[in-house]
Design a binder for this molecule. Structure first.
Ligand code: NAD
Length: 484
């Protein structure tokens, strides 16, 4: 496979008003392959003026795009879905090269990410309002939906396509224009997508992409610009908090998809084979670099040892290596900082008395690899209990009663997703009602689905992406009172 030939063909400039442009001053920044630590490309490093030019283009394109027939907006998104799907093999190479995950994981993300284009191509024609008679009978109440206006999307590196399409597709379906700022570690996937979306017929200025190594400096003025109507962000809770503060000044509409610390509950009556299969998905999808990754395995004391043994056997057998190589199941982490963070979390747990059943040793050689690791006997004071791991590390805690399990599960500032394995139906209902999360997976280790509302509560943020809820984030409700 000619990965460098594929990377060479990806656009490296800013995409502003339908044109590929260099940054003012022609400055660029480097993109690395995490499997080698070597630079694979350089992309435009936008300045504040470039960011403003992107918003100028989005503002200029807004009225015509809002007036475009919903069916036409839907058809463009549908074409984009088909083009991304047809070119998935090429995009998988781009994604794996800049982000590290194995090709099979990149293909899975592309299938998932493309589904948002298809789902919202169908939702574009289902934007509806209401009509009712006022309670006193004297007037009529008309409720309509209108696009919120130009949006800014800021996305993370862990799902470089899907975190973008989850925002772009509903925004465009609703009739909003957008500026997208992908993560500096993984800009190539979004630049590739921008080229495909333009080919699919997205008009100039409707989708603009700004890559920059000076994120705060370039995004700040855009967030403060009164022409911007909405900010949608996926990333860390820390950055999300700061963006909400910045958005307060202009009273922007905001959606925040932030960090997680998912509990994975295994009750004594669970099907243990299914629980281990689910754990592999919930932990190892995307090498553990997912906001939905199981962060704390909370297992009934009667099955905890057996569960840990089986999970360690499966995780320890996974093949670790460069994501572009055939048969590799676990790629490198995204960069040195991420690898060091994961290694430090494991070292902290082990220093406090935890036992590593597999992994826990940073390998020699180039690249930011970390081996799948299972930890037992983890004390409550270990940092892995409260902090987002974002790597292939599974700490196991045990419990005696259902009440204890639920208290442990909810003992976190985060509230994105929780998983529970049990065969008791009444317990299923008690558990999903008691968990303080935006999403719950029952007897399954993955919840992400374009047809379902994805999002969190507490420090995991607010707003929903996907489902019928996803497009509402980009629509304003207007009420008209009609006198007779
Ligand atoms: P991050 O917060 O460091 O960066 C996310 C994006 O914000 C990047 O594009 C980055 O350049 C940008 N950014 C950073 N500082 C900024 C600033 N001052 N102003 C404006 N933008 C700024 O997060 P990350 O490391 O890229 O991603 C990992 C995090 O994302 C994890 O915490 C993970 O849980 C979270 N995440 C959440 C979801 C979800 O849907 N809830 C999905 C994926 C990832």
């Amino acid at each position: 496979m000619d990965a460098s030939g594929i990377i060479d063909r990806v656009p490296k400039q800013l995409f502003l008003g339908g044109q590929w442009c260099d940054a003012v001053g022609g400055v660029t920044f480097g993109v690395e392959d995490p499997a080698t630590g070597e630079q694979i490309a350089r992309v435009a490093d936008a300045t504040v003026a470039d960011g403003t030019a992107a918003l100028d283009a989005a503002v200029a394109a807004q009225p015509a795009w809002a007036a475009t027939a919903p069916r036409d907006r839907g058809e463009i998104l549908r074409r984009a879905f088909e083009m991304v799907t047809a070119r998935a093999d090429e995009l998988a190479v781009v994604m794996t090269s800049e982000m590290g995950k194995p090709l099979a994981e990149s293909r899975a993300e592309i299938a998932y990410g493309a589904e948002f284009l298809r789902w919202f191509s169908e939702e574009a024609v289902r934007i509806a309002g209401r009509y009712s008679v006022a309670p006193n009978g004297a007037t009529r109440l008309l409720t309509l939906k209108q696009p919120v206006g130009p949006c800014l999307a800021i996305t993370p590196w862990n799902f470089p396509l899907a975190m973008g399409t989850r925002k772009i597709a509903p925004a465009l379906a609703a009739g909003c224009t957008m500026v997208v700022k992908p993560a500096g570690l993984t800009p190539l996937t979004m630049l590739w997508l921008a080229g495909v979306m333009a080919e699919a017929g997205v008009p100039d200025g409707v989708l603009n992409v700004v890559t920059t190594a000076h994120t705060g400096a370039v995004m700040g003025p855009l967030i403060a610009d009164p022409r911007l109507r909405k900010l949608t962000f996926t990333g860390s809770t820390e950055v999300g908090r700061s963006l909400v503060e910045q958005s307060a000044q202009g009273l922007l509409r905001v959606s925040m998809e932030l960090g997680g610390n998912a509990p994975f509950l295994v009750f004594e009556d669970a099907d243990l084979d299914a629980a281990v299969d689910g754990a592999m998905l919930a932990k190892m999808r995307n090498t553990g670099e997912a906001c939905t990754a199981a962060n704390r395995f909370i297992v009934h004391e009667s099955v905890a040892d057996e569960f840990a043994r089986r999970l360690a056997r499966r995780m320890g057998a996974l093949r670790v290596g460069p994501g572009l190589e055939d048969g590799v199941e676990v790629g490198p982490l995204v960069d040195a900082a991420q690898r060091d963070t994961v290694a430090a979390l494991v070292a902290d747990a082990v220093a406090q008395g935890a036992t590593a059943l597999c992994g826990a040793r940073v390998p020699d050689g180039p690249g930011w690899f970390y081996p799948p690791t299972v930890l037992t006997g983890v004390p409550a004071s270990a940092r892995v209990r409260t902090e987002e791991i974002f790597g292939p590390v599974a700490p196991i805690f045990s419990f005696a009663t259902e009440a204890e399990a639920l208290a442990l599960a909810n003992d976190t500032e985060y509230g994105l997703v929780a998983y529970a394995f049990t065969r008791d139906h009444a317990r299923v209902v008690r558990v999903y009602e008691a968990l303080e999360t935006g999403m719950v997976g029952i007897n399954q280790g993955i919840v992400s689905n374009p047809a379902a509302p994805f999002g969190g509560v507490k420090a995991s943020g607010f707003g929903r992406e996907g489902g019928t809820e996803g497009i509402e984030e980009y629509l304003e409700t207007k009420y008209v009172g009609l006198a007779l």
